[in-house]
Design a protein around this ligand. Structure first.
Ligand code: RTP
Ligand code: MG
Length: 159
């Protein structure tokens, strides 16, 4: 018999300081995670020091938006989730929508950034963009997290 199974994937999702600052938006985003069949594996509120922010976004160092990005991401509390579902990385990024808020509002008005984003920097959420970044970013926020335990798990299936 053919075996139907869906492998769970992990992603790191962050609700950025602009959205955490507004309790109604924070709650709406939390609800959207639940409504989209993600399992919340870990969740915590964190405040970054400037050096955490610089290190997390090191790949963007030198870009014109780097300084304001680093400053913004260490400006107040964030919520960091490890989320699991099938195709989690893609699904979370699809929910977020395009990075640039103007573009998001015009091309994908139902996305998180279209609805809640303030500017291209203060754009409500982050999501890992690949399996490699998910691993790095999960380790960044949760140094003791054992990804292997989760990566191999499959949803229950009938044969
Ligand atoms: P993210 O990494 O946050 O999930 O978003 P992304 O892949 O869609 O965007 P990326 O190009 O990786 O940029 C990282 C974050 O930098 C800020 N940014 N500001 N023009 C700007 O002012 C600008 N461009 C990017 C955003 O906060 C973006 O999420
Ligand atoms: Mg990115």
């Amino acid at each position: 018999a053919r075996r139907l199974s869906k492998v769970l994937q992990l992603t790191l999702a962050v609700i950025k300081p602009d959205a955490v600052a507004h309790p109604v938006i924070l709650e709406a985003l939390h609800q959207r995670i639940l409504d989209n069949n993600f399992v919340i594996v870990r969740s915590k509120d964190v405040v970054w020091r400037r050096q955490d922010s610089e290190s997390f976004y090191a790949e963007h160092s030198g870009r014109f938006f780097y300084q304001r990005l680093v400053e913004f991401m260490s400006s107040g509390p964030m919520r960091a989730y490890v989320l699991a579902r099938e195709d989690a990385i893609h699904h979370w990024r699809a929910l977020m929508g395009p990075t640039k808020v103007f573009r998001a509002r015009h091309t994908s008005p139902a996305t998180i950034r279209a609805q809640f984003g303030l500017t291209d920097t203060r754009n409500t959420t982050h999501g890992s963009d690949s399996v490699e970044s998910a691993q790095r970013e999960i380790r960044f926020f949760y140094p003791d997290f054992c990804a292997e335990e989760w990566m191999e798990k499959e949803e229950p299936s009938f044969r």
